[in-house]
Write a protein that binds this ligand. Structure first.
Ligand code: ATP
Ligand code: MG
Length: 358
């Protein structure tokens, strides 16, 4: 096993990508795989030579088809959704499959300025030799343009609207002017942008309508059914436990089903049978959070509980996910425990340990 904590998708799944690239395919210019193969890479299936391809995204195939088709046009792709709906995950895998490079990423924050998007200068070079190409420090965006790759913008709406608008010329003209050198960088074929944005966070800067027009929006939803959500979590927890070298306890799937049923009820504000209305906690309680709860629980079980994954080992992690606002969310959880969980068969352990902790 590699000593790195995590490898980029194109390295972790190099064998799958190679198998998918074999054969005569109609590829858009600059693409490493044909659109159909990109969708197979994301949704799972078989390569032409029979190599099994694992599913990366679990959900509606049409969404991924729309995303892939968008990237083959001159419009950029914006993956929108509440936290933990696999936006970053899908964006990384799309970049890996389409251009074989998922590492050209710009993390947008309120402090991101234009130089982090366009280009910076190496001041030692600039002072010694004056403005020239060697003194220019390319950003991931410039490198993507020059290499015909995909540039990923994480949390696009977190940076100021004025900075976002830097992208307008890049997206419409496919070039970046460099007035200091009296020149411009022209994008190679294959270049495009995948942005992610979270539509729930506070402090987001809405995209200007000029920029919005240049993006095709694909909304990634929360999993539709409990079974689907359990399947996603069991799969990801298995993969993550393996990469962290944690042995996966036998009862993982059962406990995932229980945690998911609690999370879904709290998230939706009603019990599964629709009979009891509930209050929802302030946090999102996404699939990603359920994954984190399980991994935390497995780690605790491995190191402190002889490998036994019990409601007690999970409860602490669950409190962390549910109670984001100590006053309000504790009351919401307390009410849920008393009105719903107390009477439910199979959840006695969760009722007891969660009640103990709040
Ligand atoms: N439908 C899904 N299919 C596969 N994996 C999923 C799905 N939903 C969530 N996940 C998993 O959830 C984890 C978190 O996803 P990711 O970080 O991409 O979320 P995000 O939408 O970017 O969230 P944020 O808005 O907080 O950045 C990933 O490990 C991913 O595998
Ligand atoms: Mg993300």
């Amino acid at each position: 096993m590699s000593e790195k904590l995590r490898l980029p998708a194109e390295e972790s799944y190099a064998a799958e990508l190679k198998a998918l690239s074999v054969g005569d395919q109609h590829r858009p210019p600059g693409w490493a795989l044909a659109p159909r193969q990109v969708v197979t890479y994301l949704m799972g299936g078989k390569a032409a030579d029979g190599t099994p391809i694992t599913a990366k995204y679990v959900g509606d195939k049409r969404l991924i088809e729309t995303a892939v088709a968008t990237l083959a046009t001159d419009r950029a792709l914006l993956l929108l959704g509440v936290p933990g709906t696999a936006k970053s995950w899908v964006s990384e895998h799309l970049a890996a499959a389409i251009t074989g490079d998922s590492t050209l990423v710009i993390q947008c924050t309120a402090g991101t300025d234009e130089n982090q998007i366009r280009y910076g200068w190496n001041y030692a070079q600039l002072l010694a030799h004056g403005p020239r190409r060697e003194a220019l420090v390319p950003t991931p965006l410039i490198r993507a343009m020059e290499g015909g790759k995909l540039c990923r913008f994480e949390e696009l709406t977190r940076m100021g609207s004025d900075v976002q608008d830097t992208l307008i010329t890049v997206l419409s003209e496919k070039m970046m002017p460099i007035p200091e050198l009296n020149t411009a960088v022209y994008a190679q074929r294959g270049f495009n942008i995948i942005a992610t944005a979270n539509n729930r966070d506070k402090g987001v800067n809405e995209l200007s309508s000029a920029l919005k027009r240049r993006f095709n929006v694909v909304v990634l939803p929360l999993p539709g059914s409990a079974e689907e959500e359990v399947a996603i979590i069991v799969k990801r927890v298995g993969e993550m436990a393996h990469s962290l070298d944690l042995p996966a306890p036998k009862n993982v799937a059962d406990e995932v089903a229980r945690v998911v049923s609690i999370f879904r009820e709290l998230r939706s504000g009603s019990t599964e049978d629709g009979k009891v209305a509930l209050k929802s906690p302030s946090g999102g309680l996404s699939t990603a959070e359920a994954i984190a709860v399980m991994i935390g629980g497995i780690s605790q079980a491995t190191f402190f509980n002889d490998g036994r994954l019990t409601p007690e080992t999970l409860a602490n992690n669950m409190i962390g996910a549910v109670v984001k606002d100590p006053v309000q969310d504790t009351a919401v959880l307390g009410e849920y425990l008393e009105t719903v969980l107390k009477k439910r068969r199979g959840f006695e352990g969760y009722y007891a340990s969660l009640t103990d902790l709040i």
